[in-house]
Design a binder for this molecule. Structure first.
Ligand code: ADP
Ligand code: MG
Length: 243
C-alpha cells in the first residue's frame, strides 16, 4: 500500500504538471494566433512590431519546452566522489559574465578541507547554476552573492546568500511548484528541477528570505546516499521538500 500511495501521488503530480504545461503553452499560443491573424492586414509600420511579439512568444514556449525536457529526460545518475568547493568554483566561472553584467560580486566562503561527497557532478552543477542565476536575477541593481560551504554531520551544506529583493511571505510557499514564477521571462521550472536532483541525492533545499534584504538558499547533501540527511524545519523557512 505504501507503494500504491507513492504511485498515486506521482500520478497526481504528473496530472498537475500536464495541466500546468497546457496552460503555460496555450497562453503564448493564443497571442501568436492573434498576432498572426491581424499581421497581414496590419499597417506596414506595425508589422515588424507584431512579428517581434510573435517571436517573443515563440521564445517563451521554447524556454518552457527546453526546461521540461531537462526535467523529463530519463537519465542514469553517475555518482562519483567529488569536492563541492571545486564544483562551485567551476560554476562560478560559468556565471561570472552574467554576474558582472549585473554588477553582482560573487564571494566564496568555503570552509577548508571540505569532505568529498558522492554525487552526480553534472547534475549538481545544474542545481547550483539554477540557484545562482535566481540570485543574480534578484539583484538587477547589483549586490553580493556569498557562496558558503561547510561540513556538518555526515553532510555538506552549501548556501547561497544574496542581497536581492527577497521573496514576499505569501510567495515563499509557492516557490518550487511547477510554473510559479515572478519573472517576465521566467518558466518557474528551475527550482523544480533542482528539487528533483536533490531528491536523487537524498538531500534537500531550504529557502529563507526577507523582502528588501535578500534570500538565502541552503542546500544540504549527505556525504553518501545511504546517509540521507534529516531535513530540518526551522522557523519560517520554506522547505522545498514539502511542496
Ligand atoms: P524562474 O527563475 O524561471 O522564475 P525558478 O523555479 O528558478 O523559476 O524560481 C521561481 C521563483 O522563485 C522566481 O520567479 C522568483 O520569484 C523566486 N526566487 C527564486 N530564487 C530567488 C532569489 N534568490 N531571490 C528572490 N526570488 C527568488
Ligand atoms: Mg530560475
Amino acid at each position: 500500500t505504501q507503494d500504491l500511495l507513492v504511485n498515486s501521488e506521482k500520478l497526481l503530480a504528473v496530472g498537475e504538471l500536464a495541466a500546468g504545461v497546457a496552460h503555460e503553452i496555450r497562453n503564448p499560443l493564443t497571442s501568436i494566433a492573434g498576432f498572426a491573424h491581424i499581421l497581414p492586414s496590419a499597417p506596414l509600420e506595425k508589422q515588424p512590431l507584431y512579428a517581434q511579439f510573435i517571436k517573443g512568444e515563440i521564445d517563451r514556449i521554447d524556454r518552457i519546452v527546453n526546461e521540461l525536457l531537462t526535467l523529463s529526460k530519463p537519465r542514469l545518475m553517475e555518482y562519483v566522489s567529488a569536492r563541492l568547493d571545486s564544483v562551485l568554483v567551476e560554476v562560478s566561472y560559468l556565471l561570472e559574465a552574467q554576474a558582472h553584467l549585473n554588477t553582482v560580486q560573487l564571494v566564496p566562503e568555503f570552509e577548508a578541507n571540505a569532505p568529498e561527497v558522492m554525487c552526480d557532478v553534472h547534475q549538481l552543477k545544474q542545481v547550483f547554476i539554477n540557484v545562482m542565476k535566481n540570485a543574480i536575477e534578484a539583484m538587477p541593481k547589483g549586490g553580493c552573492l556569498t557562496i558558503g560551504l561547510r561540513s556538518i554531520d555526515e553532510a555538506v551544506e552549501v548556501s547561497f546568500r544574496d542581497t536581492g529583493q527577497g521573496i514576499a511571505e505569501d510567495q515563499l510557499k509557492r516557490i518550487g511548484s511547477p510554473f510559479f514564477t515572478t519573472k517576465e521571462t521566467g518558466t518557474g521550472l528551475g527550482l523544480l528541477a533542482c528539487k528533483r536532483i536533490l531528491d536523487n541525492h537524498r538531500g534537500f533545499m531550504e529557502i529563507a528570505s526577507k523582502p528588501g534584504e535578500g534570500t538565502t538558499v541552503t542546500i544540504t547533501i549527505p556525504l553518501s546516499r545511504s546517509n540521507a540527511v534529516e531535513r530540518g524545519c526551522t522557523g519560517s523557512k520554506t522547505n522545498i521538500e514539502q511542496i
